[in-house]
Design a protein around this ligand. Structure first.
Ligand code: DHB
Length: 386
């Protein structure tokens, strides 16, 4: 399939382009900062890995591969989104490659698997993709540049309540970020007087959405609230249409992952009108993002940059700026304090690192799928300040 070709092409570009593995002398080693990226470059979550890698590459291309007098070396390893692989690869990179940072993590279980190692090795773990709230609690060395389902789901619930949506069926992927999405949406929506007659959880691997969507349809809600991991969501949208939920007047609302920018084109025009909450859109109207989006489309083998890409890009910014602050000194005990409270402009808008939680503080945007210049985009129409 098209995505597989894309991934292997890009994966190998990243590996050969940035990962230089030769023997360095001790002195040379000291002048190098090594970043070990653990990413799903193959398998069902490969889109997340490709996007994060693209964001990392873009940052290095734009800002150079030297910071605070040190050469930056990125070593990328493919975990296929399997947590045991992530742990093993991270361990190898800490022990053999002596990496100074562990970064990436396309899905939550892979971030969870590596955090004990970050604590043990006392090196920063920069979570660029995974979005379960509790990840930052797993180690004091975790700092996140993606976002959380909690941030998006609360805003989505508030918007739904204000916009005449009274009855919703929740359909989430049955693993940690899905449970977060369900829990946070429910808390706000029900407290505000909304009804949720059905809570549906779908398997993460190879979900067949048809029976779940039939159940949702039978409950006659105003909308389905959806969280499915970013990546190939076309099958959800197609089955939603096949089951006639659109014709029954049941809207799609949710975390923006269901209308992921990169693969939105494959959902087709019938997805126009879907309203979601998220922290980044390829169509975000800022000078910085126009440049970022254009460069990403040109420089990498992707359609549109998505939330994952910007997590990778901003994660590199965090690393570069922290190294500048420490004059190139590494180690989590100096770098993590340097990262706390850092604020900057991202292609997604203004962001900062919460000094207490080490999580990212950011705007959440309400967006609607629209066609602009012949292409589908998530067009932002309201901003909730983080
Ligand atoms: C996670 C994975 C995704 O693909 C996504 O869009 C959001 C969260 C996760 O596993 O945390």
């Amino acid at each position: 399939m098209a995505v597989a070709t894309r991934s292997s092409t890009f994966g190998s570009v990243l590996l050969s382009g940035l990962a230089i593995s030769c023997a360095f002398t001790a002195a040379a080693q000291e002048r190098i900062v090594k970043i070990g990226a653990v990413l799903p470059l193959t398998g069902p979550q490969q889109s997340n890995g490709i996007q994060i890698a693209a964001g990392i590459s873009r940052y290095v291309a734009q800002h150079g591969d030297t910071v605070a007098g040190k050469k930056v070396q990125v070593i990328a390893k493919d975990d296929g989104a399997v947590a045991d692989n992530s742990k093993r690869l991270a361990q190898e990179m800490v022990v053999n490659d002596k990496v100074n940072f562990l970064v990436g993590f396309g899905i939550t279980p892979t971030a969870f698997a590596v955090s004990p190692l970050a604590s043990q090795a006392k090196i920063p773990q920069i979570v660029m993709g995974a979005e379960t709230s509790s990840i930052t609690e797993r180690s004091p060395y975790v700092v996140r540049t993606s976002g959380t389902l909690a941030q998006k789901s609360v805003i989505m619930a508030e918007w739904a309540l204000k916009n005449g949506i009274k009855k919703v069926v929740s359909i989430v992927s049955d693993y940690a970020p899905g449970i977060d999405a369900e829990t946070f949406f429910k808390e706000t929506f029900v407290r505000g007087g909304g009804q949720i007659p059905e809570f549906i959880r779908t398997p993460l691997a190879n979900p067949d959405f048809a029976p779940f969507l039939q159940r949702a349809r039978d409950a006659r809600p105003d909308a389905v609230f959806v969280f499915q991991p970013a990546g190939d969501n076309a099958s959800f949208i197609h089955q939603y249409l096949e089951r006639g939920l659109d014709k029954a007047g049941i809207r799609i609302i949710g975390a923006g992952d269901i209308v992921d920018d990169d693969l939105l084109y494959s959902a087709g025009d019938q997805v126009i009108g879907a309203v979601t909450a998220d922290f980044y859109s390829a169509y975000h109207q800022s000078v910085m993002n126009k440049e970022y989006s254009a460069a990403m489309r040109k420089a990498n083998n992707i359609n549109q940059p998505n939330i994952m890409s910007v997590g990778g890009y901003d994660g590199m910014h965090l690393i570069y700026e922290a190294l500048k602050k420490t004059n190139g000194v590494t180690g989590g005990d100096v770098l993590v304090p340097a990262m706390k409270s850092m604020s900057w402009e991202s292609p997604r808008g203004p962001v900062s690192i919460d000094p207490e939680t080490r999580d990212i503080i950011q705007n959440i945007y309400m967006r609607k799928v629209e066609k602009v210049d012949g292409k589908l985009y998530n067009v932002e129409f309201e901003t909730f300040n983080g």
